[in-house]
Ligand binder design. Structure first.
Ligand code: MG
Ligand code: MG
Length: 269
């Protein structure tokens, strides 16, 4: 995700990496987007299978990097504005941008893994939240509802609709269920750059904002919290956590807007 440009706060998501303008992909470019998306999807599927009590976030990072490179791609996040990982690994109250390392996952945790890959000059970006062993009912519901809110957003990403339709769909679904919807960070366009225009907030007004047109590729990425929507950034200058310490979940897909509707490029089981 990219930091909401209207609420800019730290240098770690400075707009220097953010490219202005919306890009429409040609058919050939869309094929490269599909290749990048497929690599990200397969990597997330592998990561999901790898999560178990006792594994470290650094182990998961190595698994992801090896998989991405084995398919001839390069990790899109590694070195991005100095980020030191192939994946962002965020545990429990960490929302996004967690740095993978020595932290050991334990039964009952939830881990969010966000992953990007570049191939033939184009980028895929997606995220999942996974339970470590058994989690309580409320936590499982947070995971299920956050994933479902992503699909509500995707369903609204029809050509002729607008960015506000996506945000309204995500927000409506989440608010009905009582979640805090993170506003500080938002989804984004994607292509040759990880973060392109337009911004894709998880809130909005139906019928408002940028028109969705075939050839656009965007990332929708709801971040839902059990408590407040407010966030804060840890001293490592990366890790975003909930201001109240409550649990947070995050799911993301890269999708293409086609004349027939949204097409998920980072599909995985
Ligand atoms: Mg993203
Ligand atoms: Mg992402």
């Amino acid at each position: 995700m990219v930091e909401n440009q209207t609420k800019r706060r730290t240098a770690s998501n400075s707009p220097s990496s953010y490219t202005g303008g919306i890009t429409l992909k040609s058919r050939r470019e869309m094929e490269a987007m599909e290749r990048a998306g497929a690599i990200v999807g397969s990597t997330l599927a592998l990561l999901k299978r790898s999560v178990e009590p006792g594994i470290t976030t650094g182990d998961l990072n190595r698994i992801a990097e090896k998989n991405i490179r084995s398919m001839g791609a390069v990790p899109a996040f590694l070195g991005y504005q100095g980020f030191p990982g192939t994946i962002c690994a965020s545990v429990n109250e960490e929302i996004v941008h967690g740095i993978p390392g020595k932290r050991v996952l334990k039964e009952g945790d939830i881990i969010k893994m966000d992953c990007g890959a570049t191939i033939d000059g184009f980028i895929g970006d997606a995220a999942i939240s996974v339970a470590v062993g058994d989690v309580d009912e409320e936590t499982q519901r947070l995971l299920d509802d956050t994933r479902a809110s992503l699909y509500e957003g995707i369903a609204a990403a029809q050509p002729g609709n607008r960015i506000g339709d996506i945000g309204a769909a995500v927000e409506g679904y989440a608010k009905e269920r009582g979640y805090g919807v993170v506003r500080q960070f938002v989804g984004h366009g994607i292509g040759r750059f990880l973060h392109e225009d337009p911004q894709v907030p998880n809130y909005g007004e139906p019928g408002k904002g940028v028109l969705l047109r075939p050839g656009m590729c965007i990332c929708i990425e709801p971040m839902l919290n059990l408590g407040t929507e407010d966030t804060r950034i840890l001293d490592d200058d990366w890790t975003v956590v909930t201001a109240d310490g409550a649990l947070s979940a995050h799911f993301e897909h890269t999708l293409a807007i086609t004349k027939d509707g949204p097409k998920i490029l980072t599909f995985h089981d």
